[in-house]
Each structure stands twice: as C-alpha cells, then as structure tokens.
Design a protein around this ligand. Structure first.
Ligand code: M6R
Length: 611
C-alpha cells in the first residue's frame, strides 16, 4: 500500500501535494516522491524515508514552480525501499511519469515481453511495467494511450499518470483500489483517502472500476473506458478539518483513544431511540420472513476488525440461535463452508479498502449471500460492493493502530445483534431491555474508564519499559479482548505480547512464565471470574508480575494480583468495549516510553490494499 495525491489548479502545486502526502503517509512511509509540471516541463524529486525527508530534499534541490503535479508515499511490496524503486517511476525515456498503489500481478509476464521489445528496466518494482507499456503503445494522446494499456494490467491498482508531451494533464484510473477525486473552485485534487482532501474540499467522488479521470484546464472529466462521458456527481463528506488535526495531542493514537466516547455516541445516537434499535439501512434489505429464514452468519475481517468480529460472534451467539463463525479475510476464500442465499455475511473494515476483505466480499457475493458491510469510510469500496452498509461514525482514524474504529464497530455489532434478535424473534430477545439500558450509558462509561485508568496505565508502562515479553490472559470475552490488547502492544510498542485463554496456560505456555514477567489478567466477566482467579493464582505461583483489570465492586481480584485496575461495570457483553481502553493506553504509553513513532509503526501501513 502506498498513498497517491494529485493537484491541478492555479496555485503552487508543491506545498499542496506535500501537505496531502503528510495526510496519507499512514498508508506507507518507506519512500516518497513528487512530480510537478509548469505546463511546459515536468520535474521530479524522490527519496527514501518519509515526507519530512522529501521536504529536506526539496530544500537542497528545489523544484520549479508549477500548477499541477502528482505525489506518492510508498509501502514497499516489490523491491526494497530505495530511491530507484521510489515513485514517481518513469520508463526508458522518461516520457511517462507514474505513481501507483496496488500490485500488477502479471508484471513478470509484461516485463519479459517489454524487455524483448527492447525496454530497459531500472527498478525491482511491478509498477515499472506501466511507463514502459505507455511508451510501447504511445499514440501521442495520454488519455487514449492509458485506455489502451489498462486492459493489459491484471491486479489491483490506482494510478495517476503524467506525460512530458502533454504537461497540462493528469490521467487517473482505479481498479479495485481506492482513489478519490476532490473538487474545488477551478481546481481538482486526487488522493488515496478522503482525510488528505479535507483541508482542501469536502466535495469528493471515488473513481470506480472501469472509469478514467482526466484532470486538465482546471476541471475533471470522467469517462468510461470506452470514452463515453460520465457525470461525476459529488458527495459531500461529513468529516471536517478539525477531525484530521492533532489539536493539543502529541499523537493521533492518543487523540483517537480519547475520542472514543464521542465516536460511540455518534455511532449509537441516531440508531437508539425510545428503547428501540433503528437500522433503516437494513429495513430496505429484508422483510421479517427473510430474516427468520437465515441459517448462518459469517463474519469476515482482518486484524483489529477481525478481533471485533470475534467479539461480535459472541454477542450474536447470545442473542440469536444461529451458527455464527468468524473468518480471517485472507483465509476466507480457501476455507469457507458451503455458502447459500440464507447465509448472512458481515464484512468488517474500518477503511473499507482492505484488499483481503474485498476479495472475501466478492467471494460471498458469488454465492448470492446477503452482505452487510460495517465500515467507517463513506463511499469506500466495501460499502459500494455490499448490499447494505452500516457506518460507524468514529470520524477519520489517522493513527495506524485502530482504536476508536474498533470500539465503534463493537457498538454497532451489538445494535445489529439486537435488531436481528428482535426482527427474527430469536431466543435472546429477553436480554435486550437490560442491554439497551447499558448501551445508553456506554459513552459515559468509556469516558469514566479513560479517567480511571490513564495514569495507572502510564505508570505501569514506565515500570515495564525494559520488558520484552508480556502475556495477556482471560476467559470468554476477556480472552478475545486479550488478543486485541496483544496486537496493539506488538504493533506500536514492538513488544512480544501474546494472548492466551487463561485456562490454557497450564497446557504448555506456563513454561514461559518466569519470575517478574508481566501478565495482564482480564477479569471482567463475572460468569467465569472464579475460574479466572484460579488461573491467576497459577501464574502468581510462578512469581509472574500480575496486573489485574476488573470491575468496580469486585474485591476478589485485588488479593490475588500485584496491582489491580478498576473499570466501570456494565453489561457483560459491553465489557470488552470498556476493557479495550486500558489496553489501548498500555500500548500507547509502552510505545512512547520506548521512543517509537506510535502513529507510524515500523513496517506497517493503515490501509492494506494488497493481498
Ligand atoms: O481497515 P480494516 O479494518 O479493514 O483494517 C484491517 C487491519 O489492517 C487493521 O485493523 C490493523 O490490524 C490495525 N492496524 C490494527 O490496529
């Protein structure tokens, strides 16, 4: 994954491109580059490293002033992060200038053919076949040449292309890969993600498969690949500039952890009224008979979204008597059961652009399954392909580590479970009034959890700053939450953190428990509290340093652990939302105390648009 940006207008393009690149650098930050046209010539600069390194290069080697250009920030897939492999890429004679996100799957074949035709390749990238193909099929008209070569490419790609022979034009194409047009007065923008455009415009339009966008003379022309014009139609984005600013926070991750009460409130508010759940998006999809005829629910997601799917499964299981399963998006195509039209598929994705998740969605559609997407990103590919979308209203999530999108997904999964249980008349319906009571209090309870745990977690992170291993244990929903807590610690603190079902430790992992090793024991589920405490005693007997997380009013745990942290009590099915907060804070403080860039963890990227 990489980030693409573009600008066309009357202003100096370079500062706009750099600012936009700063906003998409969560998509990859191995190298960066820009190409700027002054309508006569195009100049390029690129470097290994982040956008700040590109800015330094541009001070040492300034670019000419120009009013249109493209930029790129790379997450290396094919070829190491090097200046040569950085985008923009050119071919033999530098006629065509290309930035690309995605993977050209048939590039080995194309490359061999182009080499036979006399092309010299300079990079290890898959992307380089594109400028060479453009040279090979050049008609003298950039738009037409792009249209000729696109059908030759297999894979997923978003492209912005310039030509030294037509320096007043940018051509952009997107195939199963996000690329958004932004519209201003006499200017147009391109970006891989909406947040990059928010300082410039809130009028956007994603480029869809089979479309080609031509940015020239201050405007955008959108066409089908056969050349017929399309009326772009703009969408007005609800997000504002404040949402993508750091404000008084040092990092987006901390800001987003603290935005959770608001994110959950926004996600719930319009849907939770007078003790009823309203999901009008779903009313259009099914009638009650169709809901009653569902035979199975399959949840599909990756990473943190997969963890919210695991919790969602437990919530759905409590309220519906249907078989419910969760699959990794990347595995779904190879191991899904026989799918039918009675099998509801729920796709979870913060970005709505994760390539593995999109492939899984397509697979489900092949079987005619009804597909509900839960995403945070309006107009994303997942939402365009699903039958219906439930949006989380978390606002843009800028940190690579997902926090507020995760808890908002959990909140909406609870709403969905209630809605299905009520419509389908399933057995868990009698639990709904109590659940609704606690749901209404949820934003306030998350706020209290932040206040109750922030300082203690900060201190614990300072105390354990030299530890390389951390174990997280829990039973039931606490175990699933432990998995997410471990992922966060790995992701931003680079700690070898592992989660275990507390009762399983004795079957092998206990051998790893040595004196002083930190163990975080999650004990928020009353149903299994006594059993969890027995397991805690077992690790304590091996002299582990145990920090327990439990609910206010529970006195049992404090006697068994080295330190205890209390969070508010809520409905058991909502406890993972509250208990996620101290785990997110722990990852944040453990990352910062170790001096890591928590918003841009090494080797990762926010939106994984390659499989
Ligand atoms: O945008 P998605 O929810 O589809 O992303 C899935 C994962 O890549 C994502 O949750 C990832 O695991 C996060 N960086 C974890 O914090």
């Amino acid at each position: 994954m990489s980030g693409i940006v573009g600008y066309l207008g009357k202003r100096n393009a370079l500062p706009i491109l750099l600012d936009c690149l700063d906003k998409v650098d969560y998509r990859g930050y191995d190298s960066a580059g820009v190409a700027v046209s002054n309508l006569e010539h195009i100049e390029l600069r690129k470097t290994v490293g982040r956008i700040r390194d590109l800015r330094s290069l541009l001070i040492r080697e300034p670019l000419h002033k120009g009013t249109l250009g493209i930029g790129h920030t790379r997450w290396a897939t094919h070829g190491t992060p090097s200046v040569t492999n950085s985008h923009p890429l050119t071919g033999c004679d530098e006629r065509f200038i290309v930035v690309h996100n995605g993977i050209i799957e048939n590039y080995p074949y194309l490359k061999r053919k182009l080499i036979k035709q006399g092309h010299d390749f300079a990079t290890e990238t898959d992307t380089e076949v594109i400028p060479h193909l453009l040279e090979e099929h050049d008609t003298g008209d950039l738009e037409e040449t792009v249209r000729i070569i696109i059908p030759m490419l297999k894979g997923s790609f978003a492209l912005a292309i310039m030509s030294k022979e037509q320096p007043g034009i940018i051509v952009a194409v997107s195939q199963d890969n996000p690329l958004v047009l932004g519209f201003g007065k006499g200017e147009a923008f391109l970006a891989s993600d909406i947040p990059a455009l928010l300082p410039l415009t809130r009028e956007i339009r994603p480029i869809k498969n089979g479309e080609i966008a031509i940015l020239s003379e201050g405007k955008v022309t959108l066409k089908n690949m056969d050349g017929t014009a399309i009326e772009p139609g703009h969408t007005l984005i609800e997000w504002g500039l404040q949402d993508v600013m750091l404000q008084d926070y040092e990092h987006y991750m901390l800001k987003e952890i603290f935005e959770q009460p608001k994110a959950i409130q926004e996600t719930l508010s319009a849907r939770l009224k007078e003790d009823r759940v309203f999901l009008p998006e779903l009313d259009e999809l099914w009638n009650e008979e169709e809901i009653k005829s569902l035979t199975r629910i399959t949840i599909v997601a990756s990473g943190t979204s997969y963890h919210s799917g695991m919790i969602g499964r437990k919530v759905l299981q409590k309220l519906l008597n249907l078989p419910i399963e969760v699959n990794f998006s990347s595995e779904f195509r190879y191991e899904h059961p026989e799918l039918t039209e009675q099998n509801l598929v729920i796709i979870l994705s913060q970005s709505g652009e994760t390539a593995d998740t999109l492939s899984a969605l397509r697979e489900a559609k092949k079987y005619g399954c009804p597909v509900i997407a839960i995403t945070n990103t309006a107009g994303s590919s997942v939402s365009r392909k699903a039958d219906c979308t439930l949006y989380t209203k978390a606002g843009p999530e800028m940190a690579v580590a997902s926090t507020k999108a995760y808890t908002s997904q959990l909140a909406i999964l609870v709403l969905l479970a209630i809605w299905l249980a009520e419509k389908g008349g399933w057995h868990g319906a009698e639990q709904i009034p109590e659940l609704l009571k606690w749901l209404k209090r949820l934003p306030g309870d998350v706020e209290s959890t932040l206040i109750m745990t922030q300082d203690a977690i900060d201190q614990f992170a300072q105390l354990t700053y030299d530890q390389e291993n951390i174990f997280l244990i829990g039973r039931g929903l606490d175990y699933v939450l432990a998995l997410e807590g471990a992922l966060k610690l790995q992701e931003v603190a680079y700690i070898h953190a592992d989660a275990y079902a507390a009762g399983e430790m004795k079957h092998g992992t206990m051998a790893l428990i040595t004196p002083g090793v930190p163990v975080i024991a999650l004990a928020t589920q009353q149903e299994v509290l006594e059993k969890t405490i027995s397991n805690i005693k077992e690790v304590k007997a091996r002299d582990a340093f145990v920090i327990g997380i439990t609910t206010v009013g529970d006195d049992l745990l404090a006697e068994e652990v080295d330190e205890v942290m209390y969070i508010p009590s809520t409905h058991p099915l909502l406890m993972p939302i509250l208990a996620a907060v101290p785990l997110q804070l722990l990852a944040y403080y453990s990352g910062t105390v170790r001096g890591h860039d928590v918003d841009r963890p090494r080797n990762l990227a926010k939106s994984l648009t390659v499989e």
